[in-house]
Design a protein around this ligand. Structure first.
Ligand SMILES: [Zn+2]
Length: 379
């Protein structure tokens, strides 16, 4: 695919880079990249990929543009409110670069249509805000052997990683499925508007590197970003031989398996105590000379500040992986959260880090308030 004179002018700053040059720009022109979700992450990712000259850009989103999206979803403007996101994104991307093809899929990505939508692309960008969709996209990429650049955002924090088939771990190696439903969406928890700009631009960078085969992509590395502290951290991880989808004996072999595994009402995987039992253990500790359990509250700081158990410490779930060393090694641990979903994920993270004797509070602090202490304020 040779470049026309106008394309050579448009992409002249790329042509100057020895890592890209005319040959790389032609590869970009021949490339097909699909963006799942035209939201906070999908906006900067698709704008930069369109500007960079990715020849075929596909956008999947079934939502309509809402006024509250405009705080961060720069694909859209005030006049777009009420329009279909994929269709509106297509118009914006084509006005940015009329040399490329933009394919709008104004549909919801589901197990039933994932193969048809994803197959044939050189790279998939996951900008969805639903955990179940993130697992579906991951599983589809593993099963179809497609590179995937995944990212997620929450309040002031974000994370990103890249999956390359046969070269490293997948998203499920890092977060096995029991975390499904644990993370609140932007609508529930809020998000700094500029935050997805950082992560979405990072995803576009990774996709360009994957297409061109240059640099070192985020394979086996989870990059985390904390906008308040203005800190980036890297968390290295390996492929799990027992991963449900990319492991040695996968239990997810089809997209239907993937859909079934994402059911939000999955049975708990880790031992739990109910509120009365936790109350007994906390009360019994001193009297019987037993070590008091350490209660770790894995909710966000603002939820903790609104009301928490006396003596509990606060490590939000999103920070737990890098703060795992702060957990006491010699006393029993009890994780608590609002409803008992995030605490299950915390049990899993800790167990994988080699910490024994962890349990969580079934039903979370909502159950504690109902059964033990109605005066506790649960945000
Ligand atoms: Zn895996």
């Amino acid at each position: 695919m040779t470049l026309s004179p106008t394309e050579r002018a448009r992409y002249s700053r790329h042509l100057l880079l020895p890592e890209i040059g005319a040959a790389g720009q032609e590869r970009l022109k021949a490339a097909r990249v699909l963006v799942v979700g035209a939201g906070g992450l999908g906006s900067p990712a698709s704008l930069y990929l369109a500007a960079a000259g990715v020849g075929t850009l596909a956008i999947v989103d079934h939502d309509q543009v809402e006024l509250s999206n405009l705080q961060r979803q720069l694909l859209f403007d005030t006049a777009s409110v009420g329009a279909g996101k994929a269709l509106s994104a297509r118009a914006r991307l084509r006005s940015l670069n009329d040399e490329i093809d933009v394919v709008a899929h104004q549909v919801e990505l589901r197990a039933a249509n994932a193969r048809e939508l994803l197959a044939g692309h050189d790279c998939i960008i996951d900008g969805s805000d639903r955990l179940a969709t993130r697992y579906l996209v991951n599983d589809a990429c593993v099963l179809l052997r497609l590179p995937l650049v995944s990212a997620a955002i929450h309040r002031f924090e974000g994370q990103a990683m890249t999956y390359l088939p046969g070269q490293g771990p997948c998203y499920r190696c890092l977060f096995p499925e029991s975390a499904a439903g644990a993370a609140p969406s932007c609508a529930e928890a809020g998000v700094l508007g500029v935050l997805p700009g950082m992560l979405g631009a990072l995803q576009a960078t990774e996709a360009i590197k994957v297409v061109l085969g240059i640099g070192a992509p985020l394979v086996g590395r989870l990059l985390t970003y904390d906008a308040l502290a203005m800190e980036w951290h890297e968390f290295r991880f390996r492929r799990r031989s027992d991963c449900a989808v990319c492991g040695d004996a996968p239990t997810i072999r089809t997209l239907a398996d993937s859909a079934a595994s994402c059911a939000l009402d999955a049975a708990p995987l880790w031992p739990r105590v109910d509120a009365h039992e936790l109350q007994r253990r906390l009360g019994a500790a001193g009297a019987a000379g037993q070590a008091a359990p350490t209660v770790v509250d894995v909710r966000e700081a603002y939820e903790y500040e609104a009301g928490h158990l006396d003596g509990s410490v606060n490590i939000p779930l999103g920070q737990l992986a890098r703060r795992i060393g702060e957990l006491p090694a010699h006393s029993p641990l009890v994780f608590v959260c609002r409803s008992g979903r995030r605490s299950q994920s915390a049990c899993e993270l800790s167990a994988r880090a080699g910490i024994q004797s962890v349990v969580d509070l079934e039903g979370g602090l909502l159950a504690w308030a109902a059964a033990v202490d109605p005066s506790i304020k649960v945000a």
